[in-house]
Ligand binder design. Structure first.
Ligand code: HDE
Length: 716
């Protein structure tokens, strides 16, 4: 810790790494307000209540008489209910959150910044993270195609730092003045409030067709990045350009990155659409389930830095939020990690009331002149006043863990009581004395500015297609095909020809083949030549494949064993032990929620394995992989059940990892009916893995495999 910081801390009180948990528990575990089975029901003013079920009425013993307004208990209950809702966020309304900690590995970043949160490896800074979608309202589905918010509140010892980012590194617009336009365009249309949780409508594509700076971001959202498998499997980006200032007073431009330990993974579109209906809370539940099952999600934290003197060395403007800083030009430096290991206790006071502000930074971190960031710095504080009132920073989830002491007073819902007669500076008692910079007080970097006041954008802000093209060129063939399908889906939902014709022409500035294929699909203008030559450049780091798991793992993955009666129990036991040892979450799906019976066991004896869900209760869409054990009657029973066949077919179509043993191999072959698939011709061979992600084995000694896995899990 710097001496400056320690002096300031002495003036207040000291802060520990688990400070935020302790701070929140002030409000959650007071034993006098913990629900229990005793007589605990009171009014809001603390008077015990004897009846919460009957409104006070005039009764004559036969008929029901009038209800009395006098009933203060009923009135309080209804009044409180009437006012339960607050305005939802104007964007990012749908979200989920979790607590955790952040730490840096060493003091490597001290060459760029003096901020202890980024340089002091003895600290574990508490964090709260909120993930979100952008377009839909609070009750919309999780797996829609959209950008995901990735907002992190660091409760540092020097005050809160909010890094309010997304899972996509660029944005639709360059200048904050366009934000209301892009959001109005993407949100449900004003005349009928349609569509919900989608950008597939005239207004969005109309806007982006006329605002070509959005082309790069449109490529990202329409790629597989727009439909992540899980919040835990998303990259995070600060998007805007911030600055870091080191102890010598030197300034660096910086971009912030989060890299998920589990790799970056997506759903496939058909699967995402189905999950919207089958389990609209899929991502929210996935986050909670992983933390509760002991697989806390983890991200590495990385920075890209550019010294102030090199600001103009690139063919794009480094303050333009529609551009990435290609990793080949500005490599990532991994400096720390974040782990989310605690779910929330109550959604509303934590996830709904958490309020982020890009303007919340701490000494050692600064803004840049990025015109989008400058506008954001105004907007977030302002919107919290509408959502939560002016004293929103006093709410438990928002209040810092370090002391907050100043002359701000009053306002609706003020909680804090500050004693003393002084609420101004300067004053005769020297209370609230500002902290000098060398004692830890925030001070702005002395940046020289000059220019002419005018409504213009800098010259390099005028170029919009180079990086959109770079992104498209860098995709794998299957990623390109997904992107073409996604844009075709969206434009097919636009019924105004001007809209889809204009957009296919925009696409021709990015890639001729892309424009042609989309135009054919949606009835757009099919180009006969490219509107702009393709520069042919590509970079591996822009493909999602680059950030997929480096070390394949089943850890925290949802894996099922698909059963009918008559299965081979040794195989199932072996599979389950092995998966558990690998850290997977396992499930049994059967013909009914209840016992499923192994070969040799009578149905109905109660001596079977308990299936967690029946075939229709939880579809294959909700799992990452499944295995079908052998058993003669077993395979036949599955084959006789249309739902089981559908389960398997859908999983195969969604490219899930599939395993089958013994007799189940033939069932699988029949179920997916794919001529030419090699496992179909080779049902009895050992260890056949084919390019469809299907593993089949004729026989296997699973008992010994499981025993080995168990030993590994026990650390032997
Ligand atoms: Fe936001 N944005 N934004 N945004 N944004 C909000 O603040 C805004 C932008 C982002 O989980 C609002 O508290 C403007 C970029 C996230 O609570 C609002 C501009 C990025 C969240 C707002 C942008 C984001 C928000 C609405 C352009 C990626 C959810 C509710 C100048 C780096 C935070 C709220 C949470 C929320 C304004 C652009 C990310 C209105 C004016 C770029 C993750 O203040």
């Amino acid at each position: 810790m710097s001496s400056a910081t320690s002096t300031v801390k002495q003036a207040f009180t000291s802060v520990t790494q688990t400070a935020k948990v302790a701070d929140l528990q002030r409000d959650t575990i007071d034993p006098s307000v913990k629900p229990s089975s005793g007589y605990t029901h009171t009014t809001d003013h603390g008077v015990p209540i004897s009846d919460t079920d009957n409104w006070l009425k005039v009764q004559d013993g036969v008929s029901t008489g009038p209800s009395l307004l006098e009933d203060q208990i009923s009135r309080e209950k209804i009044h409180r209910f009437d006012h339960e809702r607050i305005p939802e966020r104007v964007v990012h309304a749908r979200g989920a959150g979790a607590h955790g900690y952040f730490k840096v590995y060493d003091d490597k970043a001290s060459k760029y910044t003096s901020a202890p949160v980024l340089t002091d490896s003895s600290r574990e800074t508490p964090v709260f993270v909120r993930f979100s979608t952008v377009q839909g309202s609070r009750g919309s589905a999780d797996t829609v195609r959209d950008v995901r918010g990735f907002a992190v509140k660091f409760y540092t010892e020097e005050g809160n730092w909010d890094l309010v980012g997304n899972d996509i590194p660029v944005f639709f617009i360059q200048d904050a003045i366009k934000f209301p336009d892009v959001i109005h365009a993407v949100k449900p249309e004003p005349q009928n409030e349609v569509p919900q949780g989608q950008s597939a409508h005239n207004n969005f594509w109309d806007f982006v067709g006329l605002q070509p700076e959005s082309a790069h971001m449109v490529m990202w959202v329409m790629s597989d990045r727009g439909i992540p498998r899980s919040f835990r499997m998303m990259q995070g980006f600060g998007v805007n350009t911030y600055t870091l200032v080191n102890g010598e007073g030197e300034r660096f431009f910086v971009k912030f990155h989060w890299l998920p330990e589990l790799g970056v993974h997506s759903l496939v579109w058909d699967e995402a659409l189905k999950i919207c209906g089958q389990d609209p809370d899929f991502h929210r539940k996935d986050l909670e389930e992983a933390i509760k099952n002991g697989a806390p999600p983890k991200w590495q934290f990385a920075i890209q830095t550019i010294p102030e003197a090199r600001e103009h060395d690139f063919d794009f403007d480094i303050l333009d939020a529609t551009k990435v800083w290609p990793e080949e030009l500005v490599p990532l430096e991994v400096i720390g990690e974040m782990v989310l290991n605690r779910t929330v206790d109550e959604f509303f006071p934590e996830v709904e009331q958490v309020a982020f502000c890009t303007s919340h930074i701490v000494p050692g971190i600064g803004f840049s002149d990025d015109p989008l960031l400058q506008g954001r710095n105004f907007s977030y504080f302002d919107t919290q006043i509408t959502r939560l009132g002016v004293n929103w920073e006093e709410l438990p989830i928002n209040r810092p863990v370090c002391p907050v002491l100043n002359t701000h007073r009053d306002g609706a819902m003020r909680h804090k009581i500050t004693s003393g007669e002084i609420n101004y500076w300067p004053n005769r008692k020297e209370h609230y004395k500002p902290v000098p910079p060398d004692q830890g007080g925030y001070h702005e970097y002395p940046q020289k500015v000059s220019g002419i006041k005018q409504r213009l954008r800098a010259p390099k802000f005028q170029e919009h297609y180079n990086q959109a093209q770079l992104f498209y060129n860098s995709l794998q063939p299957y990623e390109k095909s997904h992107l073409i399908s996604a844009i075709s889906f969206e434009l097919s939902h636009c019924d105004d020809p001007v809209v889809y014709e204009t957009y296919t022409q925009v696409l021709n500035n990015i890639d001729f083949d892309l424009a042609k294929q989309v135009a054919i699909n949606v009835g757009g203008v099919v180009p006969d030549k490219s509107a702009r030559p393709n520069h042919g450049k590509s970079t591996p780091t822009l493909s999602q494949l680059y950030y997929a798991t480096k070390e394949p793992t089943v850890k925290s993955r949802r894996i099922t064993v698909l059963l009918a009666d008559g299965f081979n129990i040794e195989q199932v036991e072996g599979i389950r032990v092995a998966l558990k040892a690998g850290g997977a979450t396992t499930w049994i799906i059967g013909p009914r929620r209840g016992y499923v019976y192994p070969a040799g066991e009578q149905v109905g004896t109660g001596k079977g394995l308990w299936a967690d869900h029946h075939y229709e209760g939880q579809r294959s869409t909700l799992f990452d992989a499944f295995i079908i054990p052998g058993g003669k009657d077993h395979a036949q029973k599955l084959a006789d059940n249309g739902r089981a066949i559908h389960w398997v077919r859908e999983a195969f179509g969604h490219c899930k990892a599939i395993g089958a043993i013994g007799e189940a191999v033939a069932f699988l072959r029949e179920a997916v009916i794919l001529p030419g698939v090699d496992f179909a011709t080779n049902p009895n061979s050992d260890d056949v893995v084919n390019s469809y992600g299907v593993v089949t084995v004729g026989t296997v000694d699973l008992a010994s495999f499981a025993a080995d896995a168990f030993k590994i899990a026990q650390g032997q």
